[in-house]
Design a binder for this molecule. Structure first.
Ligand code: 5GP
Ligand code: ZN
Length: 111
């Protein structure tokens, strides 16, 4: 089972930000900036292009909602939304996920 499926099954811990029947959002274990969040479907799917259309639309609905929440509540000045597809683009976990990376200023990377 992949690492994100293990987190979804609660076999290994994750810091859950949001959860519903189809989607889980957790804090990234290696934060690019404070609040770096990963949004993923609970059903295993390799990447964005591989994802069932209906589930994809629900994932993106959650991405939109959490993006608005982060911008409103954390004091972030901006936010990067991105998904890596395939190893050549930097994908390291083959379970579709969208990164939400709050931006505070140009020196906001977590050490
Ligand atoms: P990718 O490189 O595939 O786009 O992103 C994978 C992300 O998953 C990385 O940012 C990495 O830090 C994060 N990650 C890898 N393993 C774990 C884990 O066990 N728990 C959590 N919360 N994040 C993880
Ligand atoms: Zn998986």
């Amino acid at each position: 089972m992949c690492i994100f499926c293990q987190i979804i099954q609660k076999e290994i811990p994750g810091q859950v930000i949001y959860e519903d029947e189809q989607v889980l959002a957790i804090l990234d274990i290696s934060q690019v900036t404070k609040g770096h969040t990963l949004v993923m479907p609970k059903k295993h799917t390799a990447d964005l292009v591989d994802c069932d259309e209906e589930i994809y639309q629900h994932v993106m609905k959650v991405v939109k909602k959490l993006s608005a929440h982060i911008l409103e509540k954390t004091g972030a000045a901006g936010l990067n939304v991105l998904s890596n597809i395939h190893e050549a683009a930097g994908q390291t976990v083959e379970h579709f996920h969208v990164h939400l990376i709050p931006r505070y200023d140009e020196n906001d990377a977590v050490e």
